[in-house]
Design a binder for this molecule. Structure first.
Ligand code: MF3
Ligand code: CO
Length: 270
């Protein structure tokens, strides 16, 4: 392992403003796209709207050109776990879909994703989305100086498995900041008290993928699209957060939610 490259960056207090601005831009885009997620829309149309929103606000989509990826978003319906490529597919009533967007604003990266329901969806789909969002917020609620990366993963895994769903092991969250994907890997499962200790100034994503069935995934021949092997439904939420002196700040909370800063106790209530 290349130790210098794996060091977790500690950012200065003034760096939070840059992350907040980038995160709020992504959150505003994910708010905007909600009204467009309707039966008949293509995933390419949704991608274009996100792309233009990011550009119109003086930012750049981080995934454009990233490892050869050619789109602003990943759009992952139903049994697509992540990295769905926008295209001619039309969404249909009853689908659930993840839209994942990352943007670079003044050099800082905001990275977030949410689930959207296309019209009326099944009780299972609704419950899967809810449990996945709750798991994300429980993982975030574990973030404070002195806690460990294992505490984040354990909090999410516990909540997901109590609901009889499964945590995908093949993908994880990551450090970010002036780079899109940085150390450390933020696993979506784990044991309390294990792994690196969190310190003020660390910037991380928390982005669990949760399957209604078994956790195994496979990547399709396009090299990107990851699907559940058992074709069960999958869901994901993602936030970018910064470790503060007392807890963490969620950079990508919706402006509509009215808060961007959260102590561990208040995140539990979100
Ligand atoms: N946005 C994903 C993440 O949350 C990464 C997607 S890589 C891409 O980290 F190239 F497919 F966009
Ligand atoms: Co991410």
């Amino acid at each position: 392992m290349n130790l210098p490259l794996r060091r977790i960056k500690l950012h200065a207090p003034e760096d939070f403003a840059g992350m907040r601005a980038a995160g709020q831009l992504v959150a505003a885009a994910l708010d905007m796209i909600g009204a467009h997620v309707r039966p008949g829309v293509t995933t390419a149309e949704l991608d274009r709207l996100c792309h233009d929103f990011v550009r119109d606000h003086g930012a750049t989509p981080a995934s454009l050109g990233y490892q050869g990826y050619a789109h602003a978003t990943c759009i992952s319906p139903n049994h697509v776990v992540c990295h769905g490529i926008p295209g001619t597919r039309r969404l249909a009533e009853g689908d659930i879909v993840n839209i994942d967007l990352a943007a670079i604003l003044d050099g800082w990266h905001g990275d977030s994703s949410r689930m959207y329901a296309v019209g009326a969806v099944s009780t299972l789909a609704r419950r899967l989305m809810q449990v996945t969002e709750e798991a994300t917020l429980r993982g975030i609620a574990a973030i404070r100086p002195g806690a460990t990366l294992g505490d984040i993963g354990a909090a999410m895994q516990r909540h997901v498995e109590a609901a009889r769903f499964s945590v995908v092991r093949d993908f994880c969250g990551h450090g970010l900041g002036r780079v899109y994907h940085d150390a450390p890997d933020v696993l979506n499962y784990g044991r309390p008290g294990t792994g690196p200790t969190l310190r003020p100034g660390m910037f991380l994503t928390v982005e669990p993928m949760v399957n209604a069935g078994r956790p195994e995934v496979k990547v399709l021949a396009d090299g990107w699209t990851a699907v559940t092997r058992d074709r069960s439904l999958s869901a994901q939420y993602e936030h970018s957060v910064g470790v503060t002196e007392t807890g963490c700040e969620i950079f990508t909370l919706s402006p509509a939610a009215g808060v961007v800063s959260a102590e561990p106790e208040s995140v539990e209530r979100l």
